[in-house]
Design a protein around this ligand. Structure first.
Ligand SMILES: [Cu+2]
Length: 135
């Protein structure tokens, strides 16, 4: 099974041009170490506490909830629970995730590692749509 999940990316370290070349080298190295280590440590903590697994249920020819707000890095499981009625999940718009082909049962998960609004619909049932807002 292929998913669009990817390992959390580390922010590129932007080094500002050093001002005052006479500043103590050891001091600068120490400051740079803190500058690099701190965001990595904090970032890991934020991702661990904010990310979650949420479920969108496909039932009665609708997505429930229709609008879902999640934290960056969260996983969304689409659960197909509409008896013999098949549905698909087709991502459309500027922000997209990997679409899910038509099925009647089981579940498929997608991980959202980038912020934005992701619109999707079931192309088999006009008006059956939803969106996921990643913050
Ligand atoms: Cu459908």
């Amino acid at each position: 099974m292929r998913t669009n999940s990817r390992p959390p990316s580390r922010q590129p370290v932007i080094r500002r041009p050093s001002i005052g070349a006479s500043a103590g080298v050891n001091k600068r190295i120490a400051l740079m170490t803190v500058a690099v280590a701190l965001p990595v440590a904090l970032g890991g903590q934020i991702a661990a506490s904010g990310a979650a697994t949420r479920t969108v249920t496909l039932k009665d020819i609708a997505f429930s909830p229709k609008k879902l707000s999640i934290s960056k890095g969260s996983k969304v499981t689409f659960a197909f629970r509409d008896g013999s009625t098949a549905h698909n999940v087709i991502s459309s718009g500027a922000k997209r995730f990997k679409s899910i082909s038509a099925r009647t049962s089981g579940s498929r998960s997608r991980t959202f590692s980038r912020t934005g609004t992701y619109r999707y619909s079931c192309t088999l049932h006009p008006g059956m749509s939803g969106r996921i807002v990643v913050r």
